[in-house]
Design a protein around this ligand. Structure first.
Ligand SMILES: O=c1[nH]c(=O)c2nn[nH]c2[nH]1
Length: 295
């Protein structure tokens, strides 16, 4: 047998950083979970028990904290690129660094109508994601994303005219609840170096905001004929908004809410246009995926 592939590192490195503005006494906080996985001339550590090539995963954890201290941790695309570049520059036998960053939400509190200088709350389970693959001799491949952005609309969604046969029971519907948890990713054209990432640094927050805005607007405003069509339109608009993106992909679970027929209770109407009380379903759920390319 031969070692066909190998990468190793430290996962679930939790990092918090506070930036203190001395002039305004305002703090900004960031919290993220980092994964570092390295590739290179490391085979002998697997095949020959030769640890001379092993950068300990503990060292990677230490390095992550030091780099977070000495560099900006936001936007996460920049920090991931800095961290990955450090590894391939510092260890000549390491040729690829896979860095993933999951940024958690700390949204500033508004107290008496004013943004509070150092108080925040976790407004949702939504995460901002980055996967940066720093590849020696090639450049930096950056994939940005959001996950766990849970949305619901109480009408403005339909699903009909689908295949109907002797396996089909789903009724045609012209007015339904639509709920999903958005996992979206957008892939940047390869950056030639860390310098190129730094030149584009303003684009990362800008694009993340644009993706959220487009997702919310289309979700809310579209009379959705299906999850498929609405997510395709989101991807189209995101590609149009940022020329540096090559592909956009969405993965949307369909979180179903079933009508409850209560007519057995003295004829109580609660279906169709009279439906008000529904049974949210945890499973099974639809799962609709797509990748849209620019070309
Ligand atoms: O938007 C939808 N797409 C589908 O493919 C589907 N299948 N059942 N319900 C559905 N809703």
């Amino acid at each position: 047998p031969r070692l066909a592939a190998a990468r190793y590192g430290k996962d679930n490195i939790r990092v918090y950083k506070v930036e203190r503005d001395e002039a305004t006494k305002t703090h900004t906080v960031y919290e993220m979970t980092v994964c570092v996985l390295l590739e290179g001339e490391i085979d002998v550590s697997y095949t020959k028990a030769d640890n001379s090539v092993v950068v300990a995963t503990d060292t990677m954890k230490n390095t992550t904290y030091i780099m977070a201290k000495q560099n900006p941790v936001h936007p996460p695309e920049l920090f991931a690129s800095i961290l990955g570049t450090h590894f391939i520059q510092t260890y000549k036998h390491i040729h690829t660094a896979h860095i993933s960053v999951m940024q958690h939400r700390w949204t500033r509190m508004t107290i008496d109508g004013k943004p509070h200088p150092h108080s925040f709350f976790r407004d949702g389970n939504e995460k901002r994601l980055v996967q940066a693959d720093v590849i020696e001799g090639k450049g930096i491949e950056v994939k940005s994303g959001i996950s766990d952005l849970l949305v619901l609309k109480s009408t403005g969604s339909q699903f009909h005219s689908f295949v109907r046969n002797d396996f089909t029971t789903l009724p045609e519907v012209y007015d339904r609840i639509l709920s999903t948890s958005v996992d979206a990713n957008w892939n940047w054209s390869t950056f030639s170096s860390l310098e190129a990432v730094k030149k584009s640094v303003a684009k990362f927050d800008e694009t993340w905001s644009k993706v959220r805005e487009i997702t919310f607007r289309l979700f809310a405003l579209e009379e959705s004929p299906s999850v498929q069509n609405t997510m395709y339109k989101m991807c189209e608009q995101i590609l149009a908004a940022q020329p540096l993106l090559q592909t956009v992909d969405y993965s949307l679970p369909n979180k179903h809410y079933f009508e409850i027929d209560l007519s057995w209770h003295h004829g109580l109407k609660n279906t169709g246009k009279d439906a008000e009380v529904y049974a949210p379903q945890s499973d099974p759920n639809g799962l609709i995926k797509c990748t849209v390319a620019r070309d």
